[in-house]
Design a protein around this ligand. Sequence first.
Ligand SMILES: NC(=O)c1ccc[n+]([C@@H]2O[C@H](COP(=O)([O-])OP(=O)(O)OC[C@H]3O[C@@H](n4cnc5c(N)ncnc54)[C@H](O)[C@@H]3O)[C@@H](O)[C@H]2O)c1
Length: 436
Amino acid sequence: MSEQLQPVGVIGVGWVGLVTAACFAELGHQVVARDILSEKVEALSRGEVTIHEPGLEDLLRRNAERITFTTEMNELLEGARLLFVCVDTPPTYSGDADLSRVRAVVQELPEGSDHVLIMKSTVPAGTGESIRRDMPGLAYVSCPEFLKEGTAVEDFMHPDRVVVGSDPGDEGAAEAVEELYKPLGGEILRTDVASAEMIKLASNAFLATKISFINEIANVCEEVGADVGQVAQGMGLDSRIGSSFLRAGIGYGGSCFPKDVSALKMLAGNTGYHFQLLTAVIEVNELQKRRVVGKLEKHLGSLIGKRIALLGLAFKPDTDDMREASSLVLAARLQGEGAEVVAYDPVAAERAAGMLGSVEMANSAIEALDGADAAVLVTEWREFADLDWAAAGERMIRRLVVDGRNFLDPEALTGAGFEYEGIGRTVTSQPTANAS
Ligand SMILES: NC(=O)c1ccc[n+]([C@@H]2O[C@H](COP(=O)([O-])OP(=O)(O)OC[C@H]3O[C@@H](n4cnc5c(N)ncnc54)[C@H](O)[C@@H]3O)[C@@H](O)[C@H]2O)c1
């Protein structure tokens, strides 16, 4: 059966590319995956998985014979006609999307190539049009990726929707892409290329807006004595609003939301349109992380010389991705206030260590809390909810928790003698047990 399926090429094997390669292999396709980093390609060829993503290791092991990792463009071009571009598009200094890696891929394609370039990387609207202008005759399809780190395999295999954008002349290429996705069963939406590109940016910007919105509501809740959890629940029951992305906390991070919101704002700005709402979304998100400092100061006074334990460093649980993680800003702010920062993360510690300079890295949550004046929950890893907080409290100088994700059980904590601060939660911050 697999002989009849089209081979698939993947360019760039980071979070999106590796998941794409593994999932198409699982569907029975032969996959050739190319990256420019030889050490990454060698590690993957040896069977080592380069990122932490639930279910990915199993998938790669099970389908090892169907996937070839290579640094060679020729091997990719010979191995597959349908080429998924999954290279990174980080922000430039100006906040626009940096398309240099995408451009590098296009420049490597031979003239008159009969390959189909399928853009999975998130790119500003207009990118496809300019690539087609530079490479007349190249078949081009926009197929933005919506997977979420932490549930990437699941999201790929069970998509809400698959967007396939093509312009006149490339209908056949778009149909070939549609065929690849049909077995997954999600709704397939056919659009033009510019609209597909906008769908991706608009979706991420909307979700980021929802997060900043509920964070502002949380801040108002703190002023008026309302509980943001109850407010979000009540709002979410309205089917026009929906309950997802209404969880207050210390703001969004990661490799996508910050850069995609900024890229959309800049894209609009470059056309002369000032996207005011996104300016506010970004600012609210930046300020939200910093509110933790005020919450600590409320209890501790000056932070000079205080030992603060950060629990969780990755930008979200179930990933070791540290790009634009809130922990980076928080650690720097706390150190700026004179605090001594110690941190623990179950999987991101190695990646984080190089980014966190003089932050002390602990080997466990308990080790991080030992001798700490306060704990700040930054990433909602399950193990922090399961932690024996009473035992941890015995080792802390002061039983104080700032729960940056509204993830812990405030009653259990105050019962164990902790002072508790959430984000917009109406729980008593005072301990109910008598603990020194
Ligand atoms: N990470 C996510 O959750 C996610 C979700 C949806 C969309 N996206 C988008 O997908 C794209 C990729 O994101 P990512 O997180 O996988 O990035 P990543 O940085 O993890 O991976 C990109 C990979 O591309 C490789 N690369 C760069 N230039 C190359 C070239 N010329 N040839 C071959 N390989 C090359 C890099 O070495 C790297 O391994 C971005 O545009 C991102 O915005 C990401």
